[in-house]
Each structure stands twice: as C-alpha cells, then as structure tokens.
Design a protein around this ligand. Structure first.
Ligand SMILES: NC(=O)c1ccc[n+]([C@@H]2O[C@H](COP(=O)([O-])OP(=O)(O)OC[C@H]3O[C@@H](n4cnc5c(N)ncnc54)[C@H](OP(=O)(O)O)[C@@H]3O)[C@@H](O)[C@H]2O)c1
Length: 263
C-alpha cells in the first residue's frame, strides 16, 4: 500500500452513544485520523461540548437523537445520518447499558433493558446503516462487544449474554455482507472506568483485585482504544471481517495463577 492505510480523510463515521465515555474516545480517535462524524445520544444537547471539541480540531460532528429501544427512532436516525453527508462509510455501534446484579435478583425488566439495548438495538442499527452500505458496496461496521463477549462474570448475566450475542451477530453479518464490500468486526474492550461502572473504581480494594487479574497490571485508560478503532475503520483492515479484537490488557487470557511463587 503506497498511501497511509490508517488515514480516514474523506470518510464519514457514525459513533452511537457519544454523550460520554467510550463513545467519545472512539469519536476523538476517528476524527483525529481524518473522519467527519455523526454522533448520537437520547439527548443530543448533551453532546454540545463534544461537537465543539471535534469542530475545534477541524472536523465536522453532526449530533442526532437515537434511542436504541425505539424502532421508529432507529429508522429516523438512519435517514438523518445518511442525509447529513450523503453517505456513511463507518459505523461504530457503541451505545449500550448494563445492570449489575446477582443472577438471582435479575428481573424480567432488567433482562429486557439490557438485551433490547445491547443486542436488539445493535442489530437494527447495523441493519439500517448496513442497507445503505450494501447499496454503495462499501462499509466498515464495528460492533462494540466486551471481554464479557468471551468470558462469564458473576453479577453480569444479562450483560454477558448480550455481549456474547454481539460477537455471534458480528460473525453472521460479516458472512451476510462480505460479498457487498462491507466488513463487520467486533471491538471488545476490557475494563475501562466510565460513568457505567465508576462505582466499582471508587473501591480501592476492588481496583487492586482487578489489576491483579490483568496481565498488563492496569485498567484501560483513555487512548487505549484509539489505535484499534482506527485500524478496524480503515483500509489497514480491509481483509479482516467477522473477528473479535480484545483490547483488555490481557484479562481474557484467564489470568489465573498456576504457580505459587507470585500469589
Ligand atoms: N466501560 C467499559 O469498561 C466497557 C467495557 C466493554 C464494553 N463497554 C461497552 O461500551 C459502550 C460504551 O460504554 P461506556 O462505559 O462509555 O458507557 P456509558 O458511559 O454508560 O455510555 C453509554 C452510552 O450509550 C448511550 N445509551 C445508553 N442507552 C441507550 C439507549 N437506549 N439508546 C441510545 N443510546 C443509549 C448513552 O447515551 P445517552 O444516555 O446520552 O442516551 C451513552 O452515550 C457500552 O455499550 C458498554 O456496554 C464498556
């Protein structure tokens, strides 16, 4: 390749769930690589500062409303996103939620909230934008999974089920749309401190416990996901589809000590 295969100049990327947290980290990385953005929240006014930040860096960011649990919201968002620039090249399917509870306490409504948002919502956003990408014969879809796509954790039963589903969904869509020039991969972060889980990080004992299980000995930090999202969005990954890329400091290795000398 003679050009910079990681350059996203001229590309348009959607990042769902960009009012805070990892969605903003993905948006920042894609914009820094040259992409213009469509960003979403249930409350687009919550993204005013982020729009200003992206525009101060010389890229555009169009804020749109999207509620993953509302079918008509997904349809309206998809039309508005495509109309905003006349095309979409990249979709980062990031918006999601969690309910952290022992399995015996999970309610019917907890289950529906997590599965409707993380799995059904992710699929129908991919379908709405995928239809446009298939027609154009080009697209990069990046579904945000999690280390829980490949591992089980107590207290996260609906969440792990939803994220395991996102990994399987990714493989299925990759097979469906590969012949149309659309790649579909899953980017699976490990443990990153955000609004969704900040209560855990306020407990130092728990943070020590977590670090001990991560081979690289720290939770994820802002910037740790930048290279992987740009890679999966760019020409550098053009022959990769259906894969799950874990960006987790190695925690998905299992990280259980099999010797007694460093316990
Ligand atoms: N933090 C981690 O360690 C970690 C690890 C692996 C995977 N993940 C996943 O990565 C994604 C981002 O995580 P985060 O930690 O940044 O979470 P976060 O701080 O809670 O942000 C979640 C984002 O999703 C949006 N969202 C939630 N429910 C929605 C709905 N029904 N419709 C549309 N948008 C909705 C929120 O937007 P509004 O509330 O503004 O609508 C917000 O922008 C999530 O899918 C999460 O499960 C996180």
């Amino acid at each position: 390749m003679s050009h910079n295969a990681f350059d996203l100049s001229g590309k348009v990327a959607i990042v769902t769930g960009a009012s805070r947290g990892l969605g903003q980290q993905f948006g920042r990385a894609l914009a820094a690589a040259g992409a213009d953005l469509v960003i979403t929240s249930r409350n687009p006014e919550d993204m005013t500062d982020f729009v200003a930040e992206i525009e101060a860096g010389g890229r555009r960011a169009v804020p749109l409303a999207l509620d993953l649990r509302d079918e008509s919201s997904i349809t309206q968002f998809a039309s508005a996103a495509i109309a905003a620039y006349g095309k979409i090249d990249i979709l980062v399917n990031n918006a999601g939620c969690n309910v952290r509870k022992p399995a015996l306490e999970v309610t019917w409504d907890d289950w529906n909230l997590v599965l409707d948002t993380n799995l059904r919502g992710t699929f129908f956003v991919a379908q709405a934008i995928g239809r446009h990408m298939v027609e154009r014969g080009y697209g990069r879809i990046i579904n945000i999974g999690s280390v829980t796509s490949v591992m089980g954790y107590a207290g996260l039963a609906p969440y792990c089920a939803s994220r395991g589903g996102v990994k399987q969904l990714t493989m299925s869509l990759a097979d469906d749309w590969g012949r149309h020039g659309v790649t579909v991969n899953c980017l699976a972060p490990g443990w990153f401190r955000t609004e969704q889980n900040k209560v855990l990080y306020e407990n130092e004992q728990w943070v020590d416990y977590l670090k001990d299980r991560i081979p690289l000995r720290r939770p994820g930090q802002p910037g740790d996901l930048a290279g992987s999202v740009v890679f999966l969005a760019s020409d550098a990954s053009e022959y990769i589809t259906g894969q799950t890329l874990l960006v987790d400091g190695g925690i998905s290795t299992g990280a259980t000590k099999a010797t007694l000398d460093d316990v």
